[in-house]
Ligand binder design. Structure first.
Ligand code: XIL
Length: 362
């Protein structure tokens, strides 16, 4: 009986997940209704063999039914916004807490979604036992190797793309001064990819960074690193462009050309954390510029044959990291705080509906 109930509940959840945006949120009233009713992003992108993703706030996923429904109906891949980071997974040395991350991967499986694993090696959101531990190089290397191996093994077969190394560069193209660079030297990057590959040979392994969407010293440096790693046989499969834009800086125009440089190296690409913030208050003109920012990011991906996924860093202004991180800024997402579609959401719909990629991505 219990199994039957569970099966019925699961069936109901997946039906609800297919409800169009207009019917999803309690606050999605007439003004928020999709003009043609039923065009969730994931469905529009399916013909392009492009996955549309979102970062997931797992607290909202548990507590907010509208958020939960939209996560399932609009997206075909998910990324944990925080629960796969080191401080969350290994809060005490050698003691792992995978519960929240496992709940998210189960949600994804029930909704036919692939999972981007985020993140194995980063300078931020590290547990304090690690940052204050004063380990020597040998011990720190063993700690890093173990964290990568344990984590990738735990999720083996359930992660589509791993962000293996995140944000290793400064704006000027030099390597960021982090605990990893300081103690292990630049070789930590290649090591991380090798350890990840060994732990799950089928996951696609990505380098991920921001302000690398356009050409410039930072993306030049990433390109150079990628080409060296490939030449040395280091198992790196792709590059993630985070896509955190701000309209006050002007919108980048050469993103497709930049993505093409990575494609030429034989790498997959992905937009991994798109959001387009603005100085508050929002107004119509700013929202239009924001829509153009999202459109340009998606367009760069659509023009790149092996751009596998386009992921937004949260989909609603209700839960966004932006106001907490960038003072005076916000309104960065594609739905407003009441889940009503903004011009940015319409722009993504239109861009996906308006074209089919000439050649399919694998
Ligand atoms: C952010 C999360 O959204 C916040 O909730 C958290 O407090 C800090 O990290 N680049 C990344 C992401 O790779 O992991 C960051 O996520 C945003 C910038």
């Amino acid at each position: 009986m219990k199994t039957l109930r569970l099966a019925l509940a699961a069936a109901l959840t997946s039906c609800l997940a297919l409800l169009p945006l207009a019917a999803a949120g309690p606050a999605a009233g007439a003004e928020g209704r999709a003009a043609d009713g039923d065009r969730p992003l994931r469905r529009l992108a399916a013909d392009d063999r492009l996955r549309i993703g979102t970062a997931v706030d797992t607290t909202a996923l548990a507590d907010d039914a509208a958020y939960r429904r939209l996560t399932g109906s609009e997206f075909s891949t998910v990324t944990a916004e925080n629960v796969m980071k080191w401080e969350a997974l290994e809060p005490r040395r050698g003691e792992y807490d995978y519960a929240a991350a496992d709940r998210l991967t189960r949600y994804a499986e029930r909704h036919g979604q692939k999972v981007r694993g985020h993140v194995l090696v980063w300078h931020s959101q590290l547990p304090s036992w690690l940052t204050t531990g004063d380990f020597d190089a040998q011990e720190l290397r063993a700690i890093l190797r173990r964290h990568i191996t344990d984590t990738v093994r735990h999720f083996k077969g359930r992660i589509w793309q791993w962000d293996v190394v995140n944000e290793a560069f400064n704006e000027d193209g030099t390597l960021r001064d982090s605990i990893w660079l300081r103690k292990l030297g630049p070789g930590y990057i290649a090591d991380a990819f090798r350890w990840a590959r060994r732990a799950d040979p089928h996951a696609l392994l990505f380098y991920n960074d921001y302000n690398t969407e356009w050409t410039g010293p930072k993306s030049d440096a990433v390109l150079d690193l990628m080409s060296r790693l490939r030449a040395e046989g280091v198992p790196v499969d792709g590059v993630g462009f985070q896509g955190h834009l701000g309209i006050q800086y002007g919108l980048p125009t050469d993103m497709a050309a930049n993505f093409a440089r990575f494609e030429k190296l034989g790498l997959r690409t992905a937009v991994t954390e798109a959001d387009v913030r603005m100085v508050l208050p929002a107004d119509e003109a700013k929202l239009r510029t924001q829509a153009e920012g999202y459109r340009l990011l998606l367009d760069a991906c659509l023009r790149t044959r092996h751009c596998l996924s386009f992921t937004v860093w949260g989909f609603t202004d209700r839960y966004s990291w932006v106001p907490d991180t960038f003072e005076g800024q916000g309104a960065a997402n594609i739905l407003d705080e009441d889940y009503r579609p903004k011009p940015a959401y319409r722009a993504l719909q239109a861009a996906l509906a308006g074209r089919a990629r000439p050649a399919a991505a694998e």
